[in-house]
Design a protein around this ligand. Sequence first.
Ligand code: BTN
Length: 251
Amino acid sequence: MYERFTVRERKVIVLHNTGSTNNDIKTMIQNANEPVFAVISARSQTGGRGRLGRYFFSPEGGLYFSVSFPLIGDEKNIPFITLLAGLATAEALEELTGVKTQLKWPNDIYFNGKKLGGILCELVSGKQLTAIVGIGINLTVGKEEIPPELLSIMTSFTIEEIATPDESALIKRITEKLDKYIYEKGELYDVKDITVEAICKRSYSIGKKVKYTVGDTVCEGIITNITKTGAAEIALPDGTAKEIFCGEITQ
Ligand code: BTN
């Protein structure tokens, strides 16, 4: 059983530069005596963080923001929040710019075969268990600003010659969608088929090869589906199928 929160108006904090908006909102949650509904955005980050402790390149010209979602419920559904955040971002981008982005499982926003943005969801157990959804989108970052090692995998709205969306409208729309996905009964706690279908429809990963680790061994398979638990279903070379979760994937 769970109790649902009534979504409150979020406190909005806009920063010019920060280390990481996920860290900022985490500190806010840890110091609060009540559930925190907030959005923190920045124009650049010096310590942007990605999945698996990786550095997330966050120069000026990107949109970097974190939103908090106080939760009461079953933690097993938390991995699915990353996928919902991807879906909300892709839908909002399409509504505001007409551009159809794809979702590279588990947490990347792709366009034209390159990374346009990334999502980092984290859980904070302050006074109130809270999910943090951190989203970074490359808007006007130019080719010349991108480090050589990222050039072949990263893109931006400007590089793709697409008009950039209004930043506050985008944050607002993504947050509205996530409130609906996370708090509406039957979504987070009982993920609907229609939501999983929408995620699969936008998937960049289905049909692609993936490497994952079991202990010290690196195995390979082809992603065939995304499941209600947020796992990627993969077909193995021996004809069997396996579900893998975000932590296990190496590339
Ligand atoms: C990834 O590519 O693995 C995820 C990147 C997530 C980046 C966003 S930018 C806003 C928020 N603050 C961070 O430090 N990370 C997330």
